[in-house]
Design a binder for this molecule. Structure first.
Ligand code: PHE
Length: 337
């Protein structure tokens, strides 16, 4: 019977071509040619219908032989040409694992965390306040005169409702003193805003940390001791501080606190402009008028306050020469810390 002979011949041909196939494209073309929807084998199976009932069993067996034979030859060819995995999906178990890059703390966060940790060891609690403040808390309660230039819309961001973006962290001490009975010992880290034109040393927002200590018989000597201890903790055992007279409306007397240069140790270098000293903090004894505006009796309580810029310390500590680098968030820069 010619159908059976044709099927056997077809199987032999397919086996020969598949055994010789040199790439998977050839194998797939042969798959389509023999068993695809319009392939030779389905076409031959159509011829079964025209056979007599006596012929059908033998012919059926030949069809199955051809079908399983072609399928086995296809599987063998696929296996030979690159295993069961399809192109591009092969798994190379000898490849090294992929390492995920870990994020890092931003240099500002590093300095803030260190600073807060030092003051916590000295018994200060952390207090925070809102970045949108009232003019009263940011200026009036801090004894800032009505005509003080820092109130000017040229220097301070005003909202239409009259509130402002705080220009300093000092309003947090007002909030705490309005609601807490002395003794008070707090540090207030946070973001502040000033209407400056950004350049290498000025930004429109930066970070400060404020300190406030209110108790009986607090003196300038306590402030000096605290600043000296902070300098040693932050910069090393040899760090020194000095006070220079200054003016702030909310402290009296007021000082500027310099640290011996952490780059040259006080010998004089480019960073300290050969002076051996770096201006770090503003500080002073809380002005009695500020106590009165918060309902604290200045006859009974005294206190000191200080405040300094975190970016400035970060720039000195990590030798960063442009403040804007801290805000561009270029990972090549940030990965160095
Ligand atoms: N708030 C002051 C500033 O921004 C710093 C300061 C804080 C000075 C507390 C004295 C006491 O410049």
């Amino acid at each position: 019977m010619s159908l059976i002979a044709d099927l056997d011949a077809l199987l032999a041909e397919a086996q020969g071509l598949l055994a010789a196939a040199a790439d998977s494209a050839t194998v797939e073309a042969l798959r389509a040619k023999y068993i695809g929807r319009k392939g030779i084998l389905p076409e031959m199976m159509g011829r079964l219908a025209g056979l007599t009932p006596a012929e059908k069993p033998e012919a059926g067996k030949a069809v199955n032989r051809a079908k399983t034979g072609v399928q086995a030859a296809l599987d063998a060819a696929v296996e030979r040409l690159g295993g069961g995995a399809r192109a591009g999906h092969a798994v190379d178990v000898t490849l090294p694992g992929r390492q995920r890059t870990l994020g890092r703390k931003h240099p500002i966060t590093l300095v803030l965390d260190d600073t807060v940790a030092i003051f916590r060891r000295m018994g200060f609690l952390v207090a925070e306040g809102p970045e949108i403040e009232t003019v009263y808390n940011n200026f009036d309660a801090l004894n800032t005169p009505d005509d003080h230039p820092s109130r000017d819309p040229q220097d301070t961001f005003y909202f239409p409702d009259g509130r402002i973006l705080r220009t300093q962290t000092s309003p947090v001490q007002i909030r705490v003193m309005q609601t807490t009975k002395p003794p008070i010992r707090i540090v207030c880290p946070g973001r502040v805003f000033r209407r400056d034109t950004p350049d290498a040393t000025h930004g429109m927002n930066f970070h400060q940390i404020e300190g406030l200590y209110v108790d009986r018989n607090v003196t300038l000597a306590d402030l000096k001791g605290t600043m000296a201890e902070f300098a040693r903790e932050l910069c090393g055992a040899d760090a020194k501080i000095r006070f220079r007279p200054h003016f702030f409306p909310f402290t009296e007397p007021s000082v500027e606190c310099d640290f011996s240069c952490i780059i040259c140790g006080g010998k004089g270098c480019r960073v300290c402009k050969q002076s051996g000293w770096l201006e770090i903090a503003g500080a002073g004894m809380v002005n009695p008028k500020v106590f009165t505006s918060c309902g604290i009796d200045p006859e009974e309580w005294t206190g000191y306050a200080f405040g300094f810029g975190i970016e400035r310390i970060a720039m000195i500590r990590y030798a960063i020469n442009d403040l804007r680098l801290l805000y561009e968030n270029d990972v090549r820069f940030l990965h160095q810390f």
